[in-house]
Design a protein around this ligand. Structure first.
Ligand SMILES: Cc1cc2nc3c(=O)[nH]c(=O)nc-3n(C[C@H](O)[C@H](O)[C@H](O)COP(=O)(O)O)c2cc1C
Length: 184
């Protein structure tokens, strides 16, 4: 079983995190961290509590509790996905702040040269946001903005969410049938 860490932060678009979690929970080992603001967005946008992220293969952590195995480089993971990623969290990762568990896990993932996927959601971007995204890109992270395409007959919001989740699953090497490869 592949092992992933899902980090949910306080940007709009927590629906992407929920859908990715639902698609992975039965076929991967999942470690989930929800920031305090992420929990607020879950409630605001989906009417869910952070306790939604539970299951047989799922371990949930408090973002304030950094003293956990998942915060260590000796805990190998296949990928860490920050979804959605707030500009606040992105800025703190980019500047090497490792105060919360999410920041520490991202920091460790970069230093261990493992896969870090960041799914930012903000518009417009300021110069500071863009510089932080470039810093993360240069440090080895994969930036996958929450900007679904509209060219595969998407009809509903669920289709748009699936577009993003499918692209992320492609990146972490999990087979998906949400969205076929594009054919003209
Ligand atoms: C309703 C609401 C929506 C927000 N949406 C975004 C967003 O889309 N992108 C973003 O970067 N920040 C957004 N924020 C601001 C972040 O939640 C805020 O910067 C927070 O401190 C991020 O904390 P975290 O990164 O620890 O989760 C939003 C805040 C609120 C209250």
């Amino acid at each position: 079983m592949k092992r992933f860490v899902l980090c949910v932060t306080g940007a709009s678009g927590v629906c992407y995190a929920k859908r990715l979690f639902d698609c992975l929970k039965s076929n991967a080992e999942l470690h989930v961290i929800v920031s305090e603001r992420g929990a607020e967005l879950l409630n605001l946008e989906l009417g869910l509590k952070a306790s939604y992220f539970t299951g047989e293969n799922v371990t949930a952590y408090k973002n304030s509790r950094i003293n956990t195995s998942v915060a260590s480089g000796s805990f190998p993971v296949d990928a860490v996905i920050v979804i959605p990623a707030s500009m606040g969290t992105i800025g703190r990762i980019a500047s090497g702040v490792s105060e919360t568990l999410i920041e520490r896990v991202a920091d460790v993932t970069l230093k261990e040269k493992r896969k870090l996927i960041v799914v930012p959601r903000e518009t417009p971007f300021s110069t500071i946001h863009l510089k932080n995204l470039i810093t993360l890109d240069q440090a080895g992270a994969l930036i996958m903005p929450a900007s679904p395409g509209f060219y595969q007959e998407q009809k509903s919001m669920d289709d748009l969410i699936d577009f993003m989740v499918a692209r992320i699953m492609d990146q972490i090497g999990v087979a998906q049938e949400l969205m076929p490869p594009y054919k003209s």
